[in-house]
Design a protein around this ligand. Structure first.
Ligand SMILES: O=C(O)CCC(=O)C(=O)O
Ligand SMILES: [Fe+2]
Length: 358
């Protein structure tokens, strides 16, 4: 008797069960590696269309911008450099940004150390509870995405209280956030100058959220990703990576490696900035390859997002940028409407800005 074909519904069911078992184990991807996995669970396998150009051979590089003389008569030159980078790439790196090297090193060390604590201790923090100020989990979109990615993430939600951050790492994370906030404000100013609009509105707009990613060695790096392709939803992102590499940014049809620059930070424009700049700045898709090194890859990412999230707080292209020749390219919308779309679908390769395009 012929074996009945497995219906896709059954396959979906099995997948859901396996994902849940993994999530319930609270061991994270690192736990799988520690247990000696040489084959990745099938729910981590990405479809071929996600895995194109994994070994990108392009020699192009995103711009590296030196901020050392930002308060000298070179300022307008730097503003133009940043404007152009944000327009054509949506990504650039900064050096001499004012954050001391020891702060960068200690932040990376703290995230590494947290992830390398015994699984039983770490699993106490493993949760998907959005209300929790400090948490740890494999992929925030594990249950929404079509394929899981080979990384674990700790997430800090900054508010008045910081006592949920484990004491051992509190000092490092708070120092990183304090420094990054100053840098992001100064970048927002430079980006506003590039648009020819005042920066006050944007500065007031921002609240921040930090994640620390841990990409352990992946035994089958050609079958999965570390982070699936996406664009960041917020205004601006500041990203600190160690020396392993693997971050790639989409440029036309190509994937370009964002190679680590010693002491540098990666800056990228988020979807909100693309919209309020009326497409002057681009929010660009990026992804991280599954790590094929024995050494884990660590990155710390701080997202600056609109803080006013009420039902009556509308966002859209900045009125100063509009004229009869330059009509708005987007309708106005609330942050809630936007984030709802993001959380429902997870990282699925493209941004949601088109949902608001006129
Ligand atoms: O780990 C990285 O380098 C990038 C992560 C990322 O794109 C994100 O968290 O939005
Ligand atoms: Fe991102």
């Amino acid at each position: 008797m012929a074996t009945p074909a497995v219906s896709s519904a059954t396959a979906e069911y099995d997948r859901a069960k396996e994902v849940k078992e993994f999530d319930d184990s609270k061991i994270g991807v690192k736990g799988l590696v520690d247990a000696g996995a040489i084959i990745i669970p099938r729910f981590f396998v990405h479809p071929p269309e996600n895995l194109t150009y994994l070994n990108s051979s392009s020699t192009k590089e995103i711009p590296v911008i030196d901020l050392a003389d930002v308060n000298s008569d070179r300022r307008s030159e730097i503003v133009e450099h940043i404007r152009l980078a944000s327009h054509t790439w949506g990504f650039f790196q900064v050096i001499n940004h004012g954050i001391p090297t020891f702060v960068l090193d200690e932040t990376i060390a703290a995230v590494k150390s947290f992830n390398e604590q015994p699984t039983t201790w770490k699993s106490e923090f493993y949760t998907r509870d959005q209300g929790s100020r400090f948490r740890f989990a494999t992929n925030f979109d594990l249950f929404q995405s079509k394929a899981a990615s080979w990384r674990d993430t700790m997430q800090v939600r900054m508010e008045k209280y910081t006592d949920n951050i484990p004491a051992t790492y509190r000092k490092e994370i708070l120092a990183w956030e304090a420094h990054t906030k100053v840098l992001a404000e100064s970048l927002t100013e430079l980006l506003s100058e590039g648009l020819g609009v005042g920066s006050r509105n944007l500065k007031e707009l921002c609240c921040l959220q930090t994640v620390g990613h841990y990409y352990p060695f992946c035994p089958q790096p050609e079958m999965t990703l570390g982070t699936a392709s996406h664009s960041d939803p917020g205004i601006l992102t500041v990203l600190l990576q160690d020396q392993i590499g693997g971050l790639q940014v989409k440029h036309g049809e190509e994937w370009i490696a964002v190679n680590p620059v010693a002491g540098g930070l990666v800056i990228n424009v988020g979807d909100f900035f693309e919209i309020i700049s009326n497409d002057e700045y681009k929010s660009v898709e990026h992804r991280v390859l599954a790590n094929n090194c024995r050494e884990p890859r660590i990155s710390i990412v701080t997202f600056f997002s609109p803080s006013k999230m009420g039902d009556t707080d509308f966002y859209g292209p900045l009125p100063d940028l509009l004229s009869p020749e330059k009509p708005p390219l987007y309708r106005n919308f609330t942050v809630g409407e936007y984030i709802g779309k993001f959380l429902n679908k997870g990282l699925d390769g493209k941004s949601y800005v088109d949902a608001f395009r006129l």
